[in-house]
Write a protein that binds this ligand. Structure first.
Ligand SMILES: [Zn+2]
Ligand SMILES: [Zn+2]
Length: 104
């Protein structure tokens, strides 16, 4: 029995190293994964979702600025389902093609 992840923001921690920075000083930053396209967004230090990136007004999940500009709610899971549905449809079509019917 699969258990669902707790509802909420999945956050991870990343350290960005900037080779151009004097002495190669690393910058620490929070990251979050866009709920729509799975893009990993590096948040600026002390930034919050409200002032640096977006929150989808339809699924209330953090999304990247590109998805904010799209203005549509297309969660990653829905996109995967669409791909799976298309695969199923293609399989059904190929299984019921005239060639397949004629062999019966
Ligand atoms: Zn996105
Ligand atoms: Zn959304």
């Amino acid at each position: 029995m699969a258990t669902l992840l707790p509802y909420g923001v999945h956050r991870s921690y990343a350290i960005i190293t900037d080779p151009d920075a004097p002495g190669g000083v690393g910058m620490e930053a929070d990251t979050f994964t866009c709920h729509h396209c799975q893009f990993v967004v590096h948040m600026k230090p002390f930034a919050t979702l409200s002032n640096s990136n977006g929150l989808c007004r339809q699924c209330w999940k953090p999304i990247c600025t590109a998805c904010v500009r799209l203005g549509t709610c297309t969660p990653w899971e829905a996109q995967l389902e669409q791909i799976e549905a298309r695969d199923r449809l293609l399989r059904q079509v190929s299984a019921s093609s005239p060639m397949a019917l004629r062999t019966g």
